[in-house]
Ligand binder design. Structure first.
Ligand SMILES: NC(=O)c1ccc[n+]([C@@H]2O[C@H](COP(=O)([O-])OP(=O)(O)OC[C@H]3O[C@@H](n4cnc5c(N)ncnc54)[C@H](O)[C@@H]3O)[C@@H](O)[C@H]2O)c1
Length: 255
């Protein structure tokens, strides 16, 4: 049986993070070749590449800082050389600084916006400009956050970057709609991943507290996020664009 993403290539930024790895595996399982980029050195990618080796697809890792537009361009060229034209892009790389408006330094503020917002723009634009030049359709998924709409006192730079990403998603969706390139955002709530997971591993009672705050009484797994990202890239989708898939178990309804 033909797999959903057979003969397609996906490019994932922040692909060595908890959600990025799950996304890479979900797409490989769906038959896509996978280009992974992350700021971490290549040695850190060995375990994921080995895991992806169980699928009959091609995979390639590039060490790249997404806040550097030229480096992102070089990454896409390298991915194309290794795997062919990129049809789907998941802008997932992000950092988070836990510091309020009067604690965060100017450098931290600017770095966070450069990685989370500028980086997402560079990655999505570089891939889609190639699709446009070849008159090909494709999909973009921005990995946003429910923090774009719920005010959090201790992560202002992160929340602002994700709010900016939302408008970027909608601007890009409008511009690319006539070309059949679908652009959407997934906005997860509490995922047991990344910085949250690190904090909760140190203090399991905080994990339980977080779980109880969520109306569906469950934290999200990286694999569940990945499943939804893959759904948004279904090549059969010709209509869902500019949408925000809020995946927060009802969290934003009670704040
Ligand atoms: N964990 C959560 O609760 C949660 C909730 C909502 C949204 N998200 C979003 O999901 C995405 C993935 O987060 P995660 O939880 O897997 O975190 P993570 O820290 O495990 O993954 C982030 C990855 O981005 C990479 N990265 C950081 N700076 C980079 C740069 N300059 N260039 C390239 N790569 C860079 C990191 O090395 C890391 O591998 C992020 O966009 C995050 O905002 C996470």
């Amino acid at each position: 049986m033909k797999k959903l993403f057979e003969q397609k290539t996906v490019l994932i930024s922040g692909g060595l993070g908890d959600i990025g790895r799950a996304v890479a595996i979900a797409f490989a399982a769906g038959g896509a070749n996978v280009a992974i980029g992350d700021v971490q050195p290549a040695a850190q990618a060995a375990a994921l590449l080995e895991q992806l080796g169980q699928y009959p697809v091609k995979c390639h890792y590039t060490c790249v800082d997404v806040s550097d537009a030229a480096a992102v361009d070089a990454w896409i060229t390298e991915a194309e050389t290794q795997l062919g034209i990129v049809h789907m892009v998941v802008a997932n790389a992000a950092t988070v600084t836990i510091a309020g408006l009067y604690k965060i330094t100017a450098e931290q503020w600017s770095k966070e916006l450069r990685v989370n917002l500028d980086g997402a723009f560079y990655v999505a634009r570089a891939v889609t400009s190639r699709l446009l030049s070849l008159d090909m359709t494709g999909s973009v998924v921005f990995v946003g956050s429910w923090a774009a709409e719920a005010v959090h006192a201790n992560i202002p730079a992160y929340a602002v970057s994700k709010a900016g990403m939302r408008m970027l998603c909608q601007c890009m969706a409008l511009e690319l709609a006539p070309h059949g390139i679908m652009v959407n955002e997934i906005a997860p709530g509490y995922v047991d991943a990344g910085v949250s997971r690190q904090v909760w591993d140190q203090a399991p009672d905080l994990r339980e507290e977080a779980r109880k705050k969520v109306p569906v009484r469950a934290l999200i797994t990286p694999e569940e996020v990945a499943q939804q990202v893959a759904r948004l890239c279904d090549p059969a989708n010709k209509h869902i664009t500019g949408s925000i898939l809020l995946m927060d178990g009802g969290l934003s309804l009670v704040r």
